[in-house]
Write a protein that binds this ligand. Structure first.
Ligand code: 13P
Length: 249
């Protein structure tokens, strides 16, 4: 079995104005260029407002662009929404879908997320599908593995293309809290995620996200079952983000 190439993804959420956001893109690009050739993939997912300008900055560099969400339709009367194809137009290769902040604050169901996964893959994007248990679900006595596997199965369209799928295990209680499962627990959930796909799972990259920072990333990256990171707040600083990225090498 060939080793899966690791992947580090920056999820900037709703942070980054035009000037500050583009400075951050350029700072990260500079670090990636200096580290060529890279033996891992780097994806930045800025707010949609930055995508067009950022695409010029990353062109011809090892850094790739991603989006944070999309609509299920290719076009239509959907005020305020953006289709997956619109992001491919701007040079995006990846898209985050099913993030807990959208499942929570926007009430996105597994069914809706499955439709988005299908739409994004049809548009040619590789989907970074987020799954993770809440603290309340854990308190009810279910195992993280069972919760996550159930959520994952329900969030996948029937015709999912595993070659264009990445799964990010993001325990909801670990996002932005400074708390995390142990590296052992992360590895065992990641392994269960991979096993959900049977043989096809061997090529699916399974990331970890939730309070990842330069100090804790090394111990998590030491686990073979972790194929990289989905980083929130620590990705808003070029030095910090790159220090985490280097653990993927
Ligand atoms: P933090 O790294 O800020 O905990 O956020 C994780 C996350 O939600 C990435 O998608």
């Amino acid at each position: 079995m060939a080793k899966r190439r690791r992947l580090i993804v920056a999820n900037w959420k709703m942070y980054g104005r035009l000037t500050s956001g583009l400075v951050l893109v350029r700072d990260i690009v500079e670090k990636a260029e200096a580290a060529r050739p890279l033996n891992f993939d780097v994806v930045l997912c800025p707010p949609a407002t930055l995508t067009w300008a950022a695409s010029e900055s990353v062109m011809g560099t090892p850094v790739m662009l991603g989006a944070q969400d999309c609509h299920t339709a290719t076009h239509g009367a959907y005020t305020g929404d953006i289709s997956a194809a619109m992001f491919t137009d701007l040079g995006c290769r990846y898209i985050i879908l099913g993030h807990s902040e959208r499942r929570g604050a926007h009430g996105e169901s597994n069914e809706l997320i499955a439709q988005k996964v299908e739409a994004a893959q049809l548009a040619g994007l590789t989907v970074i599908l987020c799954v993770g248990e809440t603290a309340a679900e854990l308190e009810s006595g279910a195992s993280a593995t069972d919760i996550v596997q159930k959520q994952l199965r329900a969030s996948l369209p029937k015709n999912v293309k595993t070659a264009h799928l990445v799964v990010a295990y993001e325990p909801v209680w670990a996002i932005g809290t400074g708390q995390q499962p142990s590296p052992e627990d992360i590895a065992s959930v990641n392994k269960a995620i991979r096993q959900t796909f049977g043989e096809a799972g061997e090529t699916v990259r399974v990331l970890y996200g939730g309070s990842v920072n330069p100090s804790n990333a090394g111990a998590i990256a030491a686990r073979d079952e972790v194929d990289g990171f989905l980083v929130g707040s620590a990705s808003l600083n070029a030095d910090g983000f790159w220090a985490i990225a280097e653990k993927c090498g």
